[in-house]
Design a protein around this ligand. Structure first.
Ligand SMILES: [Zn+2]
Length: 258
């Protein structure tokens, strides 16, 4: 039996094998206590796969801009104490593995999720980009416009402070003030063009609660795309909004299968 966990900035989702996913508020979770309780309840656990909304490397949660956890050696702690295999992956990397599995005959894909935060996963020539520290794709922490907020990473001008559910205070894009909305759209377009020109992918998937709650953004991005440099020279680009609710968990299942 496997335990799959998706620890996001707002929601903590988990399930066993292909059972129904259970959703809890992230701010009520004591992570180690939760995992140890599950291990004690389910004696036949073999693997624990974790998708985490933050920076992870070699099974260590290094930092989490939207979750109160730092420097957590979760993999080595659980493996040493219980002998259960633990995999920890960045949430966008897990989501990207899943989204990629839905397409045939493509070479490259970028997945951008705007939920509580703003992240991205990149597959180029059929290979997920990790980078030296597994930090590749941290689009949300690229400097953009100075804000009156402080990002969990320490800066005050991250894209994520303008383009995220956090930036919208949990409201829909048409419910926030004009300046907040315009800044969000400017940041989204800036990110889209940056990614488009850097990676030249077959498919761009936008996901996360903010995209799913503002479906009109798909038309907006398709219009913006027509203004992109080299538009007339580019071959067809697919832009889609993911309707997946549990893409991170599905990605974990694919990682375990390997
Ligand atoms: Zn940041």
């Amino acid at each position: 039996m496997n335990l799959y966990i998706d620890f996001g900035g707002t929601h903590f989702k988990y399930c066993f094998d292909n059972d129904e996913v259970i959703v809890l508020p992230s701010n009520q979770i004591d992570f180690i206590e939760f995992i140890e309780n599950q291990i004690n309840l389910k004696k036949e656990l073999q693997n624990i796969a974790i998708s985490f909304a933050g920076q992870v490397r070699d099974g260590v949660i290094l930092n989490a801009p939207n979750i109160a956890i730092k420097e957590l050696h979760i993999k080595s702690y659980i493996e040493k104490k219980y002998g259960i295999n633990v995999i920890v992956e960045n949430d966008l990397n897990a989501a990207t593995i899943y989204e990629y599995s839905l397409y045939n005959n493509i070479n490259s894909m970028v997945v951008l999720y705007i939920g509580t935060g703003f992240g991205c996963g990149i597959i180029i020539e059929n290979k997920l980009l990790h980078g030296k520290d597994n930090f590749a794709g941290e689009i949300g922490h690229i400097p953009f416009r100075k804000t009156s907020f402080q990002c969990g990473c320490g800066r005050d001008d991250c894209l994520e402070l303008s383009v995220s559910g956090k930036a919208l205070g949990g409201l829909k894009l048409n419910e926030v003030d004009e300046k907040t909305k315009q800044t969000f759209l400017d940041g989204l377009v800036h990110s889209f063009f940056t990614i488009l020109n850097l990676f030249n992918c077959d498919v761009y998937i936008f996901g996360g609660s903010v995209m799913q709650n503002n479906i009109w953004l798909l038309d907006f991005l398709q219009e913006e795309y027509k203004k992109s440099s080299f538009y007339n020279l580019r071959s067809e680009l697919k832009i889609a909004i993911s309707d997946s609710q549990y893409g991170n968990i599905e990605g974990l299942k694919l990682i375990i299968k390997e």
